[in-house]
Design a protein around this ligand. Structure first.
Ligand code: G3I
Length: 428
């Protein structure tokens, strides 16, 4: 090769796949993953194709298939048909699996929930369940959600059959039983609303300490991340909350992320706010050593638990119902790409700016100091001000600008770079 072209090749920005798991791994996370809806994977080819692309999703979680009501609906009779859908899909596509969940008050068959138990009899039931289910999936789970949602929204211990039989001792007991059943998977406590750092979070810190004080193993805390557009905490507040747990020696992850609109249809400014909120959540994980990954709770608005539970709300995911990538997808990709390509992490001072998609937005951002000196800069979302390391030109439809964008900002003739919203400009 001619020396000039060698030089050009070296100076050209490294080709970074624009897919979320690839970017997440390059950015230092272990994975970017999604829940798998068992009822959709065999009937919707477009869903299966995106979900099965490991460059996009490196890890899968069964949305319902491994829960107690699915795996042991009748005492002593185990069935793995639903749960195996996820592990088989992951195996076929070279993806990892997070396993969900063992001890939970919900989707618990009535024979457990309404049974009359002593500590001894319920221990036997829990041990049999955990041994069988973890045994079936042994070697396949990066992590298991051992105990799910043991804390109520008010910060008190959530009443359930386990608490009424054992008191809080059921929590370390569950972790001990899980360790015996599979010593090589990560053992997680998993809950929602921890992100707000209130009474529920305080109690969960106590839970981790309680397990540790009992000498039981706990490796991680899952922040489910079922959040609301416009009410999502800032990136730095989220990071502060994650660090309360990593300070206890456990890893953390966002395990069920979705950010719902509280009314529909969402306006274009609400979609930009949603994109900012997603970026803040993913960004907070990047900011915390010990935050290992992010999982979205389904990736498309076509399949989400939200409309059933919160009628009139939703569109909480990163692809729309027709599998088009939303602004939220782009904002996540941009935040990951910024970290993956070595651009210093940037924290926005206007994280919830409501902007029109048709106007240019000026955003003031502050570099996180790499030394003691903090520099402040003002960037515009207009592509002309986005820096690019090369003179490369983007093809028609390609991205040519947006917050954190480091790729080409010029378009091949006759196309021009047009701002769609603050996260995304496109050659049109
Ligand atoms: O199994 C029945 C099926 O027989 C019936 O034909 C069908 C008719 O609608 O319903 C099926 O049950 C549904 C079940 O999911 C399995 O598909 C329930 O109606 C439905 O309410 C249930 O919802 C799940 C919910 O957990 C239950 O609590 C959601 O899909 C699932 O996304 C959601 O996930 C939870 C996490 O596991 C824990 N964190 C919160 C998160 C959201 O609630």
């Amino acid at each position: 090769m001619h020396s000039k072209s060698v030089l050009a090749a070296l100076l050209a920005p490294a080709a970074v796949s624009a897919q979320l798991n690839d970017l997440a791994v390059r950015a230092g996370l272990k994975y970017f993953g999604t829940a798998l809806r068992e009822g959709a994977i065999n009937s919707d080819a477009q869903y299966a194709a995106i979900l099965g692309d490991k460059r996009e999703f490196g890890q899968l979680v069964p949305e319902n298939g491994q829960k107690w009501e699915s795996t042991e609906p009748t005492r002593g009779q185990f069935t793995y048909t639903q749960g195996d859908i996820t592990t088989n899909t992951a195996k076929k596509n070279g993806q990892g699996v997070r396993c969900h969940t063992l001890v939970w008050y919900s989707q618990l068959p009535s024979w457990v929930r309404d049974g009359s138990w002593t500590k001894a009899t319920l221990t036997e039931v829990m041990e049999t369940h955990i041994n069988n289910v973890m045994g079936h999936y042994i070697g396949q789970c990066y992590a298991w959600d051992v105990v799910n949602e043991a804390v109520g929204d008010d910060g008190n211990w959530r009443p359930n059959v386990f608490l009424s039989t054992f008191g809080t001792d059921y929590i370390p007991l569950s972790f001990n039983l899980a360790k015996k059943a599979d010593p090589n998977t990560k053992l997680y406590y998993n809950d929602y609303n921890l992100e707000y750092n209130g009474a529920k979070t305080d109690r969960t810190v106590e839970l981790v300490k309680l397990v540790q004080a009992a000498g039981a193993p706990i490796d991680g805390v899952g922040f489910q991340g079922h959040l609301i557009v416009g009410s999502t905490p800032s990136r730095s507040n989220l990071a502060t909350t994650l660090r309360r747990f990593t300070a206890l020696g456990v890893e953390v992850a966002y395990t069920e992320l979705d950010i719902r609109h509280s009314s529909l249809p969402a306006s274009s400014s609400a979609q930009v706010t949603q994109a900012n909120d997603f970026a803040n959540v993913v960004g907070s994980c990047l900011d915390v050593a010990g935050c290992v990954g992010v999982t979205v709770w389904s990736f498309t608005d076509k399949y989400s638990w939200i409309p059933e539970t919160f009628p009139g709300q939703g569109d909480a995911l990163i692809y729309d119902k027709n599998f088009n990538k939303k602004a939220a997808w782009t904002s996540i990709s941009s935040v990951l790409a910024a970290k993956a390509t070595g651009v210093p992490p940037v924290s926005s001072t206007s994280t919830s700016t409501s902007t029109s998609t048709s106007t240019l937005t000026t955003i003031t951002t502050t570099r996180v100091p790499s030394s003691t000196v903090t520099s402040t800069r003002t960037t515009s979302a207009a592509p002309s001000s986005t820096s690019s390391a090369s003179g490369a030109e983007q093809t028609r439809w390609g991205q040519c600008g947006g917050r954190y964008w480091t790729g080409p900002t010029k378009c091949q003739s006759p196309w021009t770079c047009q701002v769609q919203h603050e996260w995304y400009s496109q050659c049109l």
